[in-house]
Design a protein around this ligand. Structure first.
Ligand code: ATP
Ligand code: MG
Length: 173
């Protein structure tokens, strides 16, 4: 298991890069008030067909903590963390349609790793300037957006915005 969730996100984002993604959207919503932390990594890479997805998910289920490189650990580790911390793990993918990986966990769960340095993860994923890596981070205090291509930071806003509402709905998907 990783010490910090930003390292899980780095790993999931590396899968997106390996799948030829040109755009990776990382969304992190954490709410102490509602006791949830939800991570989503969505890409426009080559995606996976249903059979591949099923195979990967069933392997995840059986790998537990054994360290066999051939099995693949990135998805399994995030899934394990989510399920251990009272949340759920979901992958949606289709060939040519990209992939979306969502992991939720209880914010206050005793085993939940800290978030770590999200911006460092985004910068690491954005080493190739042709890839646009976007971050949307939302907490009880407000929302923060970052795009590697625009190179812009937007400082926190109040959460009671129309966008804030749709962001919450998106993360439940
Ligand atoms: N975003 C994605 N797009 C397309 N295929 C993916 C994506 N994420 C994962 N996969 C497929 O699922 C497999 C398992 O991913 P996982 O991260 O668990 O292991 P890995 O990348 O093979 O190895 P590791 O992460 O341990 O280096 C990948 O090898 C790849 O075939
Ligand atoms: Mg991986």
């Amino acid at each position: 298991m990783f010490d910090e969730l930003s390292l899980n996100i780095l790993d999931i984002g590396m899968n997106s890069l390996a799948a030829g993604a040109r755009r990776i959207e990382v969304s992190v919503v954490e709410s102490a008030r509602h006791n949830w932390l939800v991570i989503r990594v969505r890409d426009d890479g080559r995606g996976m067909d249903a059979a591949t997805l099923k195979r990967i998910l069933s392997r995840n289920a059986s790998t537990k903590t054994t360290r066999k490189k051939s099995v693949g650990l990135g998805l399994a580790l995030l899934r394990q963390t989510a399920e251990m911390c009272g949340g759920r793990f979901q992958i949606r993918s289709a060939p040519g349609q990209g992939t979306s990986v969502t992991a939720s966990m209880r914010y206050a769960h005793v085993d939940r790793p800290p978030l770590g340095d999200l911006v460092a993860t985004i910068h690491a994923l954005a080493a190739n300037p042709a890839v646009d890596v976007r971050l949307r981070y939302r907490s009880d205090e407000g929302t923060f957006h970052f795009s590697s291509q625009e190179g812009k930071h937007h400082e926190p806003r109040r959460t009671q915005t129309p966008e804030g509402k749709s962001a919450a709905a998106g993360c439940a998907a």
